[in-house]
Write a protein that binds this ligand. Sequence first.
Ligand SMILES: NC(=O)c1ccc[n+]([C@@H]2O[C@H](COP(=O)([O-])OP(=O)(O)OC[C@H]3O[C@@H](n4cnc5c(N)ncnc54)[C@H](O)[C@@H]3O)[C@@H](O)[C@H]2O)c1
Length: 377
Amino acid sequence: MEEGKILVTGGAGYIGSHAVRQLVRAGFQVIVLDNLSTGHIKAVDPQAELVIGDVRNLGLLDSVFTRNKIVGVMQFAGKIIVPESVSHPLSYYDDNFTAVISILRAMHTHNCHNIVFSSTAAVYGTSKEPSITEEAPLHPESPYGFSKLAAERLICDCEKAYGIKHCIFRYFNVAGASEDGSIGEAHPVETHLIPVTVNAALTGREMKIFGNDYQTRDGTNLRDYIHVLDLADAHVLGMKMLLEGKDSAIINLGSDKGYTNKEIVETVGEVTGHPVNWTYGPRRAGDADSIVASNKKAKELLGWAPKRDLRQMIQDDVNWRAKHPTLYGRQGNKIPSEDKKRLLNYTASRHYSSFYEDIENHDRDRLRKLRETNKLN
Ligand SMILES: NC(=O)c1ccc[n+]([C@@H]2O[C@H](COP(=O)([O-])OP(=O)(O)OC[C@H]3O[C@@H](n4cnc5c(N)ncnc54)[C@H](O)[C@@H]3O)[C@@H](O)[C@H]2O)c1
């Protein structure tokens, strides 16, 4: 395997932090680049280096690539809330598409030829297939889905033009936490069913299941879930596949089976020992009856299949929340003294200017404040 480092953008976020941990365990040297908009310093594995900044900051990317031999990029950085993308399309295209232009530009300039990219089942939109294959028609139904599809398209075009190879993963639903409960899901606004339900079980607060007249076994939506560590393992395999010189691929990551919302709520009640206080709410616009991924291609190309089941996802999420009642806490981005050494002080090289200047200034400001708060020189 090629010597060099893996740059993980968004490595302080939920999925990225688990991927960083599995990369470190697999023996990779990792640099995380994250602007901490939804991520947490405490989530970043202590053995990874950390650069605080924006992926769209081309000058910053230039100095990271100049000072390190980066052999592969994992791009997790992005925004993830579908309804928010409808009200803020500019910011979603900016983070999910412009950021990909920047990273590919830096990769092309610095001869880095391998990217693993986080895409989503939202590129398929509402599919009639009982088990969605990668060849299913692509019909995104939100700016979020379109921004990811546009990024996929650009990545594929960059292979033809510049030889940048890709492993594009389309995720379905992701849940769970690390086995030791040290890192887990901590989105500032939690919209995902499993953490929302676990929170309802632990606090006794009421929650809603939206709609009970869908074409599924109990009338509630049916979705495909995989454990975040299974997802992270697939990313390590995807990166190895590229570094070994194998072909690019677009691959679904799912379990090939689904659970209904009602089954999730009941299972959370069983695992926690606290029955969930829930009622039915009205249908939400745009929710498809059933979404399940075929994972045949992942098995064939990566030898990957999910190892952890639904109860494990719920149990690990519960353990993480029990150990971290305030998740990463209000001081989540205060840098522990033992970590200060690994906060790399990159500034943007100045020859990229104008268009990115706002972002560069923002990054400089954010880094200055962090350094002040943490009394760094
Ligand atoms: N969570 C899911 O169920 C799910 C499902 C499908 C696809 N995805 C994709 O997986 C990726 C990661 O999702 P997540 O759940 O870990 O989200 P997250 O919000 O926890 O992580 C995103 C990380 O990216 C960082 N970030 C965002 N914009 C940035 C920028 N411009 N520059 C630098 N850093 C930036 C954030 O600070 C955060 O640490 C996203 O691209 C998302 O679209 C997630």
